[in-house]
Design a protein around this ligand. Structure first.
Ligand code: FES
Ligand code: FES
Length: 161
């Protein structure tokens, strides 16, 4: 076992972990942060997407010990802070989720995309979320929702000038 200390959603956490434990299992099993899901466990589906030091990672490919000293944000933290309230509302309004299994990863990815490329277009949205699989929606509604938020935020930025 190895002791790790990290910040998760603004709270300092210290735990003994198995060196082989993945970050997504640490978050779900040790911290009961079960909003992020586990799908393929092979880095393909994106259901386990979380942020480590501001960068999105696959929680199923990232070891908990690699997060020692890091700042981790999960869907719970992003949701509780209100940082993605507009994205959540847009997903809801556009019916951009059905079973919801992909949704946490999709929202974390969309949040990272809009932070990096606020003026992204539909093709850019499709490309960026191409690593997040959704088996229900056919993606159109998800792209619509993210595009709507990109446009609303752009309007707010123009209004603030
Ligand atoms: S569970 Fe991590 S990418 Fe699918
Ligand atoms: S809403 Fe079911 S997998 Fe995306």
């Amino acid at each position: 076992m190895t002791r790790i200390s990290l910040t998760v959603n603004g709270e300092r956490v210290s735990r003994e972990v198995e060196p082989r434990q993945h970050l997504i299992d640490f978050l779900r099993l040790e911290l009961q942060l079960t909003g992020s899901h586990v799908g393929c466990e092979h880095g393909v589906c994106g259901a386990c997407t979380v942020k480590v030091d501001g960068t999105i990672v696959r929680g199923c490919l990232f070891l908990a010990v690699q997060a020692d000293g890091a700042t981790v944000e999960t869907i719970e933290g992003l949701s509780d802070s209100g940082a993605i309230a507009d994205l959540q509302a847009a997903f809801h309004a556009r019916n951009a989720l059905q079973c919801g299994y992909c949704t946490a990863g999709m929202l974390v990815t969309a949040d990272a995309l809009l932070a990096q490329k606020p003026d992204v277009d539909r093709d850019g949205i499709r490309e960026y979320i191409s690593g997040n699989y959704c088996r229900c929606t056919g993606y159109h509604a998800i792209v619509d929702a993210i595009e709507t938020v990109a446009q609303e935020r752009a309007k707010q930025r123009r209004g603030a000038r």
